[in-house]
Ligand binder design. Structure first.
Ligand SMILES: [Zn+2]
Length: 221
């Protein structure tokens, strides 16, 4: 059964992440993790999800249906004194599938073009290629094409962060490894399913630890 919906809040004041310490500014997207306070989407492991603004009911419904993990995005309205729904964070594949189903709609095609243009712009950098090459070097057993997926995600993630210039020499083994582990959790384990069911991140990580280690070992050789 679906647990309670995951919620992401667009903060209305200056905030920082209680886990990584990153200053997030005044309109940050955060999750609230009980007594642990506010977490950035990276630390909450939701940063692989895409934002789908409210407005298209059919698209939203389909995207949610196809997405193992999704989160509703809320913002406080001063005028109405309540949180208002801004949209949904969903998996890329789920959104694409939903879009295919709704593709007759011109507005959807337009939005998709815009998203792809932004993505190409960010990913045009040499960083992605270098990152992918390093993934392949360290994890020769990684299935074909996955090094690119891992590199693109890492690149999109870092590009959103102020002052993080990504040069090849920063691509140390630890950074690569972290990116690979994050990818593995989402793609090779039940991690997202557990989060969607309302499990705590730490619990969920522990539950998939063994699988992650097994796959890592396979990819390393
Ligand atoms: Zn953080």
């Amino acid at each position: 059964m679906q647990g309670e919906e995951l919620k992401v809040f667009i903060s209305s004041r200056e905030s920082s992440c209680d886990e990584c310490g990153e200053k997030l500014g005044s309109k940050a997207w955060i999750t609230l993790a009980g007594d642990k306070g506010a977490l950035c989407l990276s630390c909450a492991d939701l940063d692989h999800l895409l934002f789908l603004p409210s407005g298209n009911v059919a698209l939203t419904r389909r995207a949610r249906k196809h997405s193992t993990l999704s989160a509703v995005v809320l913002k406080w309205s001063r005028a109405r004194k309540r949180y208002e729904r801004q949209g949904l964070l969903v998996e890329v594949q789920a959104l694409e599938k939903a879009e295919e189903e709704c593709l007759a709609d011109e507005a959807i095609r337009e939005r998709r073009r815009e998203r792809e243009a932004t993505r190409r712009e960010v990913l045009g950098r040499r960083y992605v290629d270098q990152f992918a090459v390093r993934v392949r070097e360290l994890f020769p057993g990684c299935p074909a094409g996955r090094e690119r997926e891992i590199a693109e995600h890492a690149c999109l993630k870092y590009s959103g962060r102020v002052g993080r210039s990504a040069s090849a020499k920063e691509l140390d083994e630890k950074a690569i490894r972290l990116a690979v582990v994050a990818h593995l959790r989402h793609r090779e384990t039940k991690y997202d399913e557990l989060l969607a069911k309302g499990h705590d991140r730490r619990e969920a990580r522990t539950a998939v630890e063994k699988t992650v280690r097994q796959v890592l070992r396979k990819w390393e050789t």
